[in-house]
Design a protein around this ligand. Structure first.
Ligand code: 6PG
Length: 226
């Protein structure tokens, strides 16, 4: 399945393009799945400026580290500081992954939360330099799990903290899947994930919207090897 790719000059511009899409979805309402890592921080800040009323949207997370929500490594914590704390009207629901419960109970709680949830409207994904998405790492058996929505995983990349993650089919069940990737250290992973053959060696190559569009917003450095 082909990916609709937008290349912009730098990370700031990439963040702005993604922020505009997030703000538009927040205005329209629906389900938005946020990603962790550091690249999306700026996009979240700009999205809160562009649209301070997120009361029509429900928020989810693609993955979380097994830490408390106020830990510096918490994906929820990053989104709270960059986005949620800056809004005038908070989302209708904030479905965070409770990493502090540990792998088993955290998975169980999120499975419960996701019961009956159909296709997402927008899933945002980053891409690791090794090609991982959410906490689905290259070659891990977690890539083969198709009968669950949520699973736990060892960390295949830093920070080396246990993870809880949506499975591939649950991530792909979306009307739009949007990659945000910036930086030259991502150039190989971008080429494998967006222009290579689908492969378990590059989880990003397996992440495609099963019910809609897959887009990628890249800065010039990340797109260098396409
Ligand atoms: C996580 C993520 C992960 C992230 C990539 C890219 O919890 O670590 O959700 O998949 O998106 O590692 O992260 P950076 O933007 O920090 O490079």
């Amino acid at each position: 399945m082909s990916v609709d790719i937008t290349v912009v000059a730098d990370a700031e511009e990439a963040a702005r393009v993604v922020a505009e899409r997030l703000a538009e979805q927040a205005r329209a309402g629906g389900s938005i799945v946020l990603t962790g890592g550091s690249t999306p921080r700026r996009a979240y800040q700009l999205a809160a400026e562009l649209e301070p009323d997120w009361s029509r949207a429900e928020l989810w997370w693609g993955d979380e580290r097994c830490v408390r929500p106020d830990d510096a490594n918490s994906n929820y914590g990053m989104a709270k500081a960059a986005l949620l704390d800056r809004l005038e009207r908070e989302p209708a629901a904030i479905h965070r992954i409770q990493g502090e419960l540990g792998r088993e109970a955290g998975v169980h709680e999120y499975e419960y939360e996701l019961e009956g949830v159909d296709t997402f409207d927008l899933v945002l994904l980053g891409l690791g330099p090794d090609g991982h998405v959410a906490s689905l790492f290259p070659g891990f058996p977690t890539l083969d799990i198709t009968n669950r929505n949520v699973i736990s995983s060892d960390a295949g990349h830093e920070p080396f903290i246990d993870r809880i993650t949506l499975t591939l089919p649950r991530i792909c069940a979306t009307r739009e899947l949007l990659f945000l990737v910036a930086g030259e250290d991502k150039a190989d992973a971008v080429a494998w994930a967006l222009a290579g053959k689908p492969s378990r060696a590059t989880p990003g190559s397996l992440a495609r919207a099963s019910d809609g569009t897959t887009r990628a917003v890249l800065d010039r450095a990340a797109a260098a090897k396409l």
